[in-house]
Design a binder for this molecule. Structure first.
Ligand SMILES: Nc1ncnc2c1ncn2[C@@H]1O[C@H](COP(=O)(O)OP(=O)(O)OP(=O)(O)O)[C@@H](O)[C@H]1O
Ligand SMILES: O=C(O)C[C@@H](O)[C@H](O)C(=O)CO
Length: 652
């Protein structure tokens, strides 16, 4: 394949929203909640191939509404080029409702009446765009109407001119050809001469044709697989990839054998089925990974079967597709993994390489005001109505917005609780900030969770971008009962985050009543890794240089995907924080600070006692915050000045 092309592939076809039943075993009539995922078979493929490391683009239309924006943003999140995802002002984005009744029953309803992706037109692209890709992949349904047929044919013509390969996913859904009642999205095969003839008019255009047996039957115009394949071969020299469900697949080049017994089977590892929907899109994504890179058919099938197997074992279509790292890890160990859905390493890799929001946090200046007890005490002392704490938190958001304008390249973030800060949380959500939200009951030891233990169900109401923060007062030498109780709680919480997809920040503060030195942090971090807790973030007090190195080594050893550490303030004076920041200079693992009381205590006391107006309060917060940001930015200067004395001290 041409190596000079900018894109690997362009996917032309359906891009929709999947609303996926969350209750497994329910009739669709009885389902009470749905998860929202990217859908549409071509959308899934663009997304899947991008996850697998290809440079893919989507050519389609979406509506000018929330679902259309969701589809575009999901594709972008995976790295798909959306320059040719056209917003159609007149139509709505398609919706698909999906259920999981049992291992063989997957009810499906398509809401696609005059939907945006079927309105994609010849005017939406030009020869340069199509020619910029190594391959163009079209879904069979995008030949089902006159206008999509014209559009697809035009794209193929441009591809031929530019030496771009063409691939067809037969992708037969009788309902989308008007052959069933509109509610029957589930039926996978209805023989129809017109559809067969229509498909046969395009087969000759393709270099690669992929389909299940039923799809080969419709394309070949016969329910005898060999007869159908021979018909396809008469019309096309393409490589034909035949998907065979749990048996794997076969690849047919040249003459079609006279018997299915003569197929060379490429089998993967058979897994328990949770949900077959989307296996086909994952399969083709895997196949394309190899095909685009000119790998052998055997290798292409290894990728394809493994992608299919992972997706049938999980919920959802697009979100279940693996990343390249995860896929390679699975392929290397597939024989020994009976249940991929229960494999800890795969689940971890899936979580950290596909589920995280795509922010590259490197230089975080976080204003932490998730304090509940401290602000409660302050309000009491000042004789202020407790309701004012809510207003105070919203004013802190305002202050941060003012301060952030002067941050330069640094990123800003917040830590806010929902006890007093729900309004403040709503104010900051959806803006791309780093947002942490505590779950611990303040001062509890052993750690307890605010609102009780059913954290898993509570996380359902949290926006995905909220990072679950848990502070534990922990010492590895705590008496066994206490230590185990705390560890159990952290493990449960971490599992809940893995289920819900939220990032997890574990904050470690050694208890005041116990002596400690640097090793308490390294011991604790190591201990949690041994317990299989791999937080996305750690939050720690400032460390010595030698301890930053030790922490870096441990984190890299146990979880190279860890996002990093943010430093906490503990109400320390600014000068002390400045010293602490300096020690972290040069340690990439330290991503920034999350400091609260050193910034807000003074202004808050004044405001709660009515000695400050709102504006004075905001000004006070902005001034303190920016002072700290300046120290963070100067940490390298400060570190080189204090380097020799610090090292001397540490050596002593
Ligand atoms: N039980 C299973 N175990 C392992 N792999 C499987 C299993 N079922 C399916 N696969 C893999 O997934 C691929 C695609 O499955 P299938 O033939 O069901 O696709 P499909 O009908 O196109 O799916 P879709 O519902 O997305 O349209 C198979 O070729 C195989 O590689
Ligand atoms: O391709 C479709 O229109 C249906 C998809 O949205 C859904 O993800 C699916 O069933 C994939 O096989």
């Amino acid at each position: 394949m041409h190596n000079h092309k900018k894109l690997d592939l362009i996917c032309l076809g359906r891009a929709a929203v999947d609303l996926y039943s969350e209750q497994i075993g329910s009739r669709l009539e009885d389902v009470s909640s749905f998860a929202k995922y990217l859908g549409g078979s071509s959308g899934n493929m663009a997304f899947g191939t991008a996850r697998l490391g290809l440079k893919s683009a989507m050519l389609t239309r979406v509506g000018n509404e929330h679902m259309g924006r969701f589809v575009r943003e999901e594709l972008e999140r995976a790295g798909v080029d959306t320059s040719h995802v056209i917003t159609d002002p007149q139509r709505l984005t398609a919706l698909v409702i999906l259920g999981i009744k049992d291992q063989d029953t997957f009810p499906l309803i398509f809401y696609r009446n005059d939907c945006a992706d079927m309105a994609v037109s010849k005017d939406d692209f030009d020869a340069d765009f199509i020619g910029s890709a190594k391959a163009l992949v079209i879904s069979g349904t995008h030949f089902s109407t006159e206008s999509t047929y014209e559009t697809s044919k035009q794209a193929i013509a441009y591809a031929k001119q530019a030496g771009t390969k063409c691939a067809l996913d037969i992708d037969y859904r009788p309902v989308l050809w008007g052959l069933t009642n509109p509610g029957d999205g589930e039926t996978r095969f209805i023989s129809n001469e017109k559809v067969s003839a229509h498909l046969q008019s395009i087969l000759g255009d393709f270099d690669l044709i992929v389909g299940t047996e039923e799809e080969v039957h419709i394309a070949g115009g016969s329910t005898n697989t060999i007869t159908a394949l021979k018909k396809i071969r008469e019309l096309s020299t393409a490589t034909i990839v035949l998907k065979l469900g749990s048996q794997g697949c076969t690849v047919l080049e040249g003459d079609i054998p006279d018997s299915e017994n003569d197929f060379e089977l490429h089998t993967g590892v058979r897994v328990d089925v949770m949900n077959v929907l989307g296996a086909g899109d994952a399969f083709i994504s895997g196949y394309l990974r190899g095909w685009i890179r000119n790998e052998s058919p055997t290798k292409c099938c290894v990728y394809a079967n493994a992608c299919g197997a992972l997706v049938v074992s999980r919920h959802g279509c697009a979100p279940a597709i693996p990343s390249a790292e995860e896929l390679d890890n699975y392929i290397a160990r597939a024989e020994s993994i009976e249940r991929p859905d229960l494999d800890q390493e795969l689940n971890h890799l899936h979580r950290v390489t596909t589920e995280r929001l795509p922010y590259d946090w490197q230089d975080l200046c976080i204003l932490a005001f998730d304090h509940r007890k401290q602000l409660f005490d302050m309000a009491k002392q000042a004789g202020a109505d407790l309701g004012r704490i809510k207003t105070l938190k919203r004013l802190m958001v305002e202050a941060l917005e003012v301060g952030s304008k002067q941050l330069g390249s640094s990123q800003y973030g917040v830590l806010i609780d929902d006890t007093y800060g729900q309004d403040a949380l709503n104010d900051v959500t959806g803006k791309g900030l780093w947002i942490g939200r505590p779950v611990e009951l303040p001062s509890s030891r052993p750690i307890e969770l605010e609102g009780g233990r059913s954290i898993g169900s509570r996380l359902k109401s949290w926006p995905k971008e909220h990072i679950v923060k848990c502070l534990v007062f922990y010492h590895s030498q705590d008496e066994v009962e206490l230590r185990v109780a705390q560890e159990r709680q952290v493990i449960e919480l971490y599992k809940a985050c893995c289920m819900s997809g939220h990032e997890f920040l574990l904050e470690i503060i050694p208890p005041r009543d116990k002596e400690h030195d640097d090793s308490v942090f390294t011991d604790t971090i190591q201990r949690f890794y041994h317990l299989n807790v791999r937080p996305d973030w750690w939050k720690l007090p400032p460390q010595s240089k030698s301890n930053w190195q030790a922490i870096t080594d441990i984190v890299n050893k146990y979880d190279k995907h860890c996002r990093g550490v943010v430093m906490l303030g503990l109400d320390a004076p600014m000068e002390e924080l400045k010293e602490g920041f300096a020690n972290s200079a040069g340690f990439d693992i330290c991503k920034g600070f999350a400091v609260g009381r050193s910034i807000f205590s003074g202004p808050s006391r004044e405001w709660l006692a009515n000695r400050y107006t709102d504006q004075q309060f905001i000004d006070g917060i902005v001034a303190n915050y920016l002072e700290l940001v300046a120290y963070w930015k100067q940490r390298y200067d400060h570190s080189s000045l204090s380097d020799s004395s610090q090292l001397a001290q540490e050596q002593a």
